[in-house]
Design a binder for this molecule. Structure first.
Ligand code: PGA
Length: 243
């Protein structure tokens, strides 16, 4: 793992943007694994800025998102599909036919199976990740097997609380209890992994991921085995690292 510690979120998002844009420029048909949450919002704004200023084109880029809430359809304002359109896709020249977000409604099991097949046929050039305060990646909560693929998950209480606070105006009852998530094996198959973490609330998870034992109790620790994993974190998220 390469760990890059930045002064703040802005500097970290600029660095992350350079990596994402670099991949798109090098391969205009690249396959990007994308993430939702508060963490990548600034990065996405910078990617849009770069697209507008420098003309980086996404018209042949394919994207696969990590996860989606169970029971919400794409047009629901809290769905991750909606989030991605709002924070990224609407600002780029991306072809929406090339955009993939797991389906949270309908025959979810069958859709998850199809998602795995699509991922197998379209290897991810990069997977962008945040990390949960409990060490989850995607919605792979503690206890998820490292060989898991796209599946339906039960969200942990800490995740429901984190997401209620950040995205549901604190209304815990409005947060779905389940989600569909790429598994840890899908994430590990990406050629490169770029994980961002900001703020003190992530410090313990970051320490476990970098320095702790590899354990299903901290899903992000699986990344210790990834051949090309870059962490870009701010000083607060780095504060418990010993080296
Ligand atoms: P956050 O979530 O970006 O909203 O902190 C990250 C995650 O849960 O993976």
């Amino acid at each position: 793992m390469e760990v890059i510690i930045c002064k703040n979120k802005d500097e970290a998002s600029t660095k992350a943007c350079e990596i994402m844009v670099g991949i798109v420029k090098e391969n205009p048909k690249a396959v990007l694994g994308l993430a939702t949450g508060s963490t990548p919002v600034q990065l996405y704004a910078k990617m849009i800025e770069d697209h507008k200023e420098n003309g980086t084109s996404y018209k042949d880029i394919q994207t696969y998102n990590l996860d989606e809430y169970f029971g919400l359809d794409q047009s629901h304002p809290q769905s991750y599909h909606y989030f991605m359109c709002h924070h990224l896709f609407n600002g780029l020249d991306i072809n929406m036919d090339n955009v993939h977000v797991p389906k949270g409604k309908g025959n979810v099991e069958e859709e998850a199976q199809k998602y795995n097949e699509m991922l197998a046929q379209n290897p991810l050039d990069i997977q962008l990740l945040g990390i949960g305060s409990n060490g989850h990646i995607g919605f792979n909560e503690p206890g998820t097997a490292f060989d898991s693929v796209t599946h339906v998950v039960d969200l942990k209480q800490s995740t429901i609380e984190d997401n209620a606070r950040l995205f549901f105006d604190g209304k815990i009852d409005d947060v779905p209890r389940q989600a569909v998530s790429m598994g840890i094996a899908n994430i590990m198959q990406a050629k490169k992994v770029l994980l961002l973490a900001f703020g003190e609330g992530k410090a313990e998870a970051v320490k476990g991921m970098v320095e702790g034992p590899k354990t299903v109790d901290l899903p992000a620790s699986a990344l210790q085995d990834h051949p090309d994993c870059v962490l870009i974190i701010d000083e607060d998220a780095a504060k418990l690292l010993s080296k």
